[in-house]
Structures are given as structure tokens and as C-alpha cells.
Ligand binder design. Structure first.
Ligand SMILES: C[S@@+](CC[C@H](N)C(=O)[O-])C[C@H]1O[C@@H](n2cnc3c(N)ncnc32)[C@H](O)[C@@H]1O
Length: 505
């Protein structure tokens, strides 16, 4: 059983939960604690906005049936992966196969043949692996400034670019991807996108050509293993793009060492810094896949694949343990009978905090996934999308009412939520404060859910939100045995039976 201390001090995203970025991930400790406290073995947990699938894995791991729904194809693929990841051997063999197919070809595009190279340099590298393959290119506003060969555990070698390096780059300058679909971007200055933003603005032609080669090699693998390598690719795609900024300005003070440049990372949105890196596509893919192998070694749980389905009714009828459904939540929930779910635990869209589909567009374009922007529940700054607060509040209110119908008597609804603007809280506030005669759910209270310390994609700007709240509701039951289940939650630090203060009042 997860402890109270673990809930208040989550460790952060490690292992499998760190493998792939997704926005708004919640730490697994509170998720596990809520599920363990509010349900018994084999009971059914529903998350209609499942995101990256942490709740799906935790529920399956601790023996609950689970239904997860999401509109975003990449979220669905990630969730399925987390519930039933392949074995370490499958990933190792797949990586070897991909390596055989494309490593040499990809690395040839980063190979340096430099007539002016100091003989010792060449020897040094010849001894190591017979080639001199660059790992990083530092670009400054369109000019190639430095070339690096960096290896873990040894000092990086830095080279001046030569004509050969420039011609290597130019060879692919106008490369048009063959396996990646055109991304759909909106005018949204908040995430640095515009309708005329192209893949070639985000990646060098060389990177696109090498990503194409990786996609071809992945498609040549057996169908069952392709999804995990697609995720290894999307997980590393940010670091393959022109969005990897360079960290500068260290040691600038007079008399100190000269400026040292470090590799930053792609963090959020589509910001294209003038000073940025272009990183070797093979090395990024390989490092990410090896990290996954390590994570799988440490976290061996995997639901047998025949117990994972995309039909939620199979889970309700106990013919499968977990369903991950790619659909609009309402379209799916409409198929359910009333009183069929024991716990609805969800982290729904939080107003305008994260435009998930717009931010995931790079991943979905790489995998040629179709995306239904129309159905997304979100408040977006992209005017063209016409996704405003009114529609958001109506949709969320509709969801709360459906949730009340779907819960069994004595069942629980836990909503993880926070938003900076009080109007984004309004739907929750009105639902919670309905007169009890009209409301079919009783509000029990809330507790804080801290973000994990090492969350790379939580908003860490000054003034940004630091916690979410877990708000707990119960459908009144025939008897009151379920109130025992709440006691665990009531023992948590920060538990309060009030509505979170200052919001929506
Ligand atoms: C706050 S996120 C969930 C994050 C999740 N807790 C995690 O740990 O990754 C909300 C999710 O709702 C999904 N979503 C938005 N509109 C939806 C709809 N109409 N139907 C289903 N899912 C939707 C988004 O794609 C997004 O993944």
C-alpha cells in the first residue's frame, strides 16, 4: 500500500513514467493511493481523460479493472504501452534490427572527413570506433558555429566547421519528408505556432531524412513491436529538432574560464531559439531506447496483452482487465449503462493551461496519426479553433452529470484540478454547491496533490501553480460502508472538507 508520506512527497517521474513526455502528468503515488483507498480488488476504475496512462498502469498493477479514454492518439499509444509494455528482450532485439538497417546510413550524414584534421585526432577516433561521427552541431542564427563529438564519460571534442561539414548539411537542405504527414498548426503565439509553420522550420533537412530512415526501419519490424519503437522515436523527437537551446553565459566574469556552452532541451511549445543544437538522430534514438530498456528492467509489471482491449464493454463484462479507448469521452461514455463504475478518477482538461492536441501535433505528425481538433475540450488561445470558456464549462458540467449517472451507489468521483483563473473553476464550484436535493453527488473534501519535483513539462514559471487539488465526491449509497474508504484520504496532510479556497467564489 502506498503510504501517506509518499502521497505528500512524490518522488518524481522515474523509470517508465519518465520515458515519454506528456503535459500535466500526475505523480503515480497519489494516483495509486486514491485507487487503493477507494476501491477493492477487481472493481472498475474509469478515467475518461487518461492522458499518458499513469492511472491505467497503477490500476492494473494493483489489481483493478480499468477503462481509460483519450482523444489524443499519442496519449492512447502511451497508455497502452504503459499497461502492457514489451519485454526487455523484445526491445533489445528490435533495436539491434533497426541498427542493422539504418545506423550506418544515418551516421554517414554526420561523418566528418576533414583534410585539415590533426593526425592524432583522427587516430584517436579511429581507435575508438573507426569513424569520426559528429554528435552535435551548434547553429547560431543559420550559421554553423561548432561541431562536437561528445561521449558520456569523456571530454567533448569541439571542431571548427569545414566546407565538407557545410556541404554535408546542404545535401539535405531541401529534403521533403516521405513518411511524416504535414502538421496542422494554428496561430497561437502562446505556444509559438502559426499557420505557416512547417516541419522544415522545426528540423533540419538532414534530421528529417534520418527520421524518415528510422520510420522505415520501424515499419519493417513485426506489427506488434512497432508501437514501442514509434514511442522511442517520438520520445526523442524534441531533441532531434531545432528547438534544443544552448545554455550559455556561464563563466563570463573576467578572469574566469571562457564561456562554456551546454546542451539544453526541448521543453514546451514550439520555440525555435536562434542559438540551438542539431543533434545526431541516431544517437538520440539509441540513447532513449537504451533508457527504456533500463526502465523495463527495473519495473517489470506488464499486463498480458490479451487482457488489454480497446472495447470498454469487455472490461465492464469482466472479459478483459483494461480498455484504452481512442475516442471522444462523451461518445464512449454514452454506451455505458448507469451505475456501472466504482471509481471515476480523472485529471480533466484544465481550462487554458495546456492545449494538448496542438502541443502533441509534432508527435502525431511524425506517426501520421489523424487528430480530431473539433472534439477536444480545452480553452485555446488559437482564435481559429473557437475553443472558449463557455463551451469548456458546458462540456465539463455535462461530464460531471454523466459521471454521477455512471457511478454505482457508494462509488466515488475524484477530480484532479487546478487553474489560475477563477472562471475556469466555475463549473466545479456550481456543481459542488448545488442544493443537495438537486445534486446526485455529495462533496466530501479535497487534498493537495503536489507535482513531482522533476516534472520537466509542468509550468515552472514564477507565479505558476505548484499543486493540483484532488476533489472527492461520493454517490450516496444504500448503506454507508463506503465511508470507511474515505478515512485514508482524510488522514492525508492538507485534507479539508471545504472547497479549495479563493477559487470560483
Ligand atoms: C490533464 S490531461 C490528462 C493528463 C493525465 N493525468 C496524465 O497523467 O498524463 C487531459 C486529457 O484530456 C484529453 N481530452 C481532451 N478532450 C477530450 C475529449 N473530448 N475526449 C477524451 N479526451 C479528451 C486530452 O487529450 C488530455 O490528454
Amino acid at each position: 500500500m502506498t503510504t501517506v508520506v509518499q502521497v505528500s512527497n512524490p518522488k518524481g517521474y522515474r523509470g517508465l513514467y519518465r520515458f515519454h513526455k506528456y503535459w500535466g502528468k500526475k505523480p503515480f503515488e497519489p494516483i495509486a493511493f486514491i485507487i487503493e483507498s477507494l476501491t477493492d480488488q477487481d472493481e472498475v476504475v474509469l478515467d475518461p481523460f487518461v492522458g499518458s496512462g499513469i492511472a491505467a498502469r497503477e490500476a492494473a498493477r494493483i489489481g483493478r479493472r480499468f477503462i481509460g479514454i483519450d482523444l489524443n492518439p499519442i496519449a492512447v499509444q502511451l497508455s497502452k504501452f504503459l499497461v502492457s509494455p514489451p519485454t526487455v528482450d523484445v526491445v533489445r532485439e528490435g533495436l539491434e534490427e533497426i541498427k542493422k538497417q539504418v545506423r550506418e546510413d544515418i551516421e554517414a550524414s554526420y561523418t566528418r572527413i576533414d583534410e585539415n584534421m590533426v593526425a592524432m585526432d583522427y587516430l584517436w577516433d579511429t581507435k575508438v570506433d573507426r569513424r569520426l561521427v559528429a554528435t552535435h552541431y551548434l547553429w547560431d542564427n543559420g550559421t554553423l558555429r561548432e561541431i562536437w563529438r561528445a561521449k558520456r564519460g569523456s571530454k567533448r571534442k569541439v571542431y571548427e566547421p569545414t566546407n565538407h561539414d557545410i556541404s554535408q548539411f546542404k545535401k539535405y537542405e531541401n529534403y521533403q519528408p516521405r513518411h511524416i504527414r504535414l502538421p496542422k498548426f494554428f496561430d497561437n503565439s502562446r505556444i509559438n505556432t502559426s499557420t505557416d509553420l512547417h516541419l522544415n522550420d522545426l528540423f533540419t533537412g538532414r534530421a528529417l531524412r534520418n527520421i524518415d530512415l528510422l520510420i522505415e526501419a520501424i515499419r519493417a519490424l513485426p506489427l506488434s513491436v512497432q508501437p514501442v519503437f514509434e514511442l522511442c522515436l517520438t520520445a526523442s523527437i524534441g531533441q532531434m529538432s531545432n528547438m534544443v537551446f544552448a545554455i550559455t553565459g556561464r563563466g563570463k566574469t573576467e578572469g574566469k574560464e571562457p564561456e562554456k556552452i551546454e546542451v539544453g532541451s526541448w521543453v514546451i511549445g514550439y520555440w525555435r531559439p536562434e542559438l540551438h543544437f542539431e543533434i545526431n538522430v541516431w544517437s538520440r534514438f539509441c540513447i532513449r531506447t537504451k533508457r527504456l530498456i533500463k526502465a523495463l528492467e527495473k519495473s517489470p509489471f506488464s499486463l498480458p496483452s490479451h487482457q488489454l482491449t480497446d472495447d470498454p464493454i469487455q472490461v465492464l463484462h469482466d472479459n478483459a482487465r483494461v480498455a484504452i479507448v481512442h475516442a471522444d469521452a462523451f461518445a464512449t461514455l454514452n454506451q455505458f449503462d448507469t451505475n456501472c463504475i466504482d471509481l471515476i478518477l480523472t485529471d480533466p482538461p484544465h481550462g487554458d493551461r495546456v492545449p494538448y492536441l496542438e502541443l502533441s501535433e509534432m508527435w502525431n505528425a511524425i506517426l501520421c496519426n489523424n487528430v480530431d481538433f473539433e472534439q477536444e475540450i480545452v480553452v485555446s488561445n488559437a482564435a481559429d479553433r473557437r475553443k472558449g470558456l463557455n463551451q469548456y464549462s458546458t462540456d465539463m458540467n455535462k461530464f460531471l452529470n454523466i459521471a454521477a449517472d455512471l457511478l454505482k451507489k457508494g462509488g466515488f468521483l475524484v477530480i484532479l484540478f487546478n487553474a489560475g483563473k477563477s472562471e475556469d473553476w466555475q463549473y466545479l464550484h456550481s456543481f459542488t454547491h448545488q442544493e443537495s436535493s438537486k445534486s446526485s453527488l455529495e462533496y466530501l473534501g479535497h487534498f493537495p496533490v503536489p507535482y513531482s519535483a522533476r516534472s520537466v513539462v509542468q509550468d515552472s514559471r514564477q507565479g505558476s501553480l505548484k499543486d493540483d487539488f484532488a476533489m472527492v465526491f461520493r454517490k450516496p449509497g444504500a448503506d454507508d460502508t463506503t465511508s470507511d474508504r474515505v478515512r485514508n484520504l482524510q488522514s492525508l496532510d492538507g485534507w479539508s472538507n471545504t472547497f479549495p479556497t479563493g477559487k470560483g467564489e
